[in-house]
Design a binder for this molecule. Sequence first.
Ligand SMILES: [Ca+2]
Ligand SMILES: [Ca+2]
Length: 417
Amino acid sequence: MLINASNALINASKKLIDSYPTSNSASIKRPTDLNCKNSKRGSKRLNGIQGLPRANRRSPTFSIYLLAVAGILLFAQSVFALPAGFTERTYASGLRTPTAMAFAPDGRLFVAEQAGKLRVIKNGKLLTQSFLIVTTDPSGERGLVGVAVHPRFSSNRYVYIYYTVPGSPPHNRVSRFTADSNNPDVARFGSEKVILELNNLTGATNHNGGAMQFGRDGKLYIGVGDNANGSNSQTLRNLLGKVLRLNDDGRIPRDNPFYRRTTGKNRAIYAFGLRNPFTLGIDPKTGKIYINDVGQNTWEEINRGRAGANYGWPRCEGRCAVSGYVNPIYQYATDDNGAITGGVFYRGRNFTGVYEGSYFFADYRQGFIRRLDRRGIARRFHSRAKSPVDLDVGPDGSLYYLSIGDGRVNRIRSAAR
Ligand SMILES: [Ca+2]
Ligand SMILES: [Ca+2]
C-alpha cells in the first residue's frame, strides 16, 4: 500500500530499468522531441537483456569473475554513496507517505503526509500531535502534497499547504494557516484562509504539482501539474501546467506577466508549458528560480524561472528548437525511469567551498542526489538516496532529504565544520 502510493505519486507510467548517466553524457545529449525517444529507450533495454546470458555461456570461471566484479561494484557503491567527509543519518522516522517538507526559522520541520496530516519534527523528534489535519483526496498523486513556511514566520506564524479537496469533481487548493500563539506546534483552530482554489480535476489522479516556495520578492511561487492533459499547459485560460505567483494573502500581484492579457485567477500565471512541476527551488541569495519539471519518457528538466516563459510541454520534452519555447538549463536522460524531485540552493554554513551556491536536486526513481555547481555543471553527490521527494537546507546548514518510501527524513552533514 505504502509502496504503491509512493510509486504512484510522481508518475505511474514509468518503468524500472537501470540508468545512471554521468553529468557529461547528460549534458551533451542532443536536442530531442517526443518523436525521438522510442528508439533510444529500446536500444538500452536490448543491451541489458542480451548481454549477460551470452557471457554466462562462456565458462564458469568467467561467471565467477563477473560475480566478483559485481560484488566489488556493489561494495564500492555502498561505501561511497556520499563524497568523502559527508555523513548521513536518520533525522526522524515514522512518517506515513510524506510528500513535502519545509523548515521554520526556529528549526522546526513541517512535513506533509499525503493523507492530510501536517506533522511537526521538533529537535529531531516527530511530535504525536499534527500541526493540522485536512480532509483530502489522496488517490494516486493527489492529497496533501505541498508545504511552505512564510519567510517572516517568526512574526506572523503563517504556514501554507497545497492539497486536493475531495468532491465531484475534486480540485487542488492552496491554504494558509496560522500557528497558535500559545502552542506554535499546532495551527490555531479556524485559522485556515483559502489562498487559491485551482481548477477542477478530471478523473486523472496524476500530475498535481505541489511545489511552493517564497521568492526573494516576498511572493509565493506555486507549481501546478497539467492534470495529465498537455493541452492545459499551453493555454492561459486555466492554472494547470503552470507556475503561479501570488502575494502572501492570495491577492494577485499587478506586475505578473499576463495580468493584462488574462482575467480573474488566471492573472496568477507566472510561467507555463510545464508538465508536472512537483518541486522548485529559489536561491535565497540571488532570487534565482529553478523549476524541476518531471518528464514523460525521456528527459527530466531543470528550468530557469522567468516571468512569462513557455517551457514547451507538451510539444517538447527536454531541449527543442521551437521558437518561443524556453529550453531547460539542464536535463538528464532517464530511459523512462526518472522523476526529478527536491531542488534547493545551498546557502548554509556546514558545506564549504564548491558546495556554496550549488543547486541540489534529486531523482525519486533513480535514488540519487546531484548538484549543479555554480557553472551549471552537474556533479554526483549521493548515489543511494532512497526515494527522495524533497530537499531542504536546515538552519543548521545540513542538507535534509525526505524519503517517501520509508517515511524518513535523512540528514547529511559535512565533517569539514
Ligand atoms: Ca521543501
Ligand atoms: Ca520543457
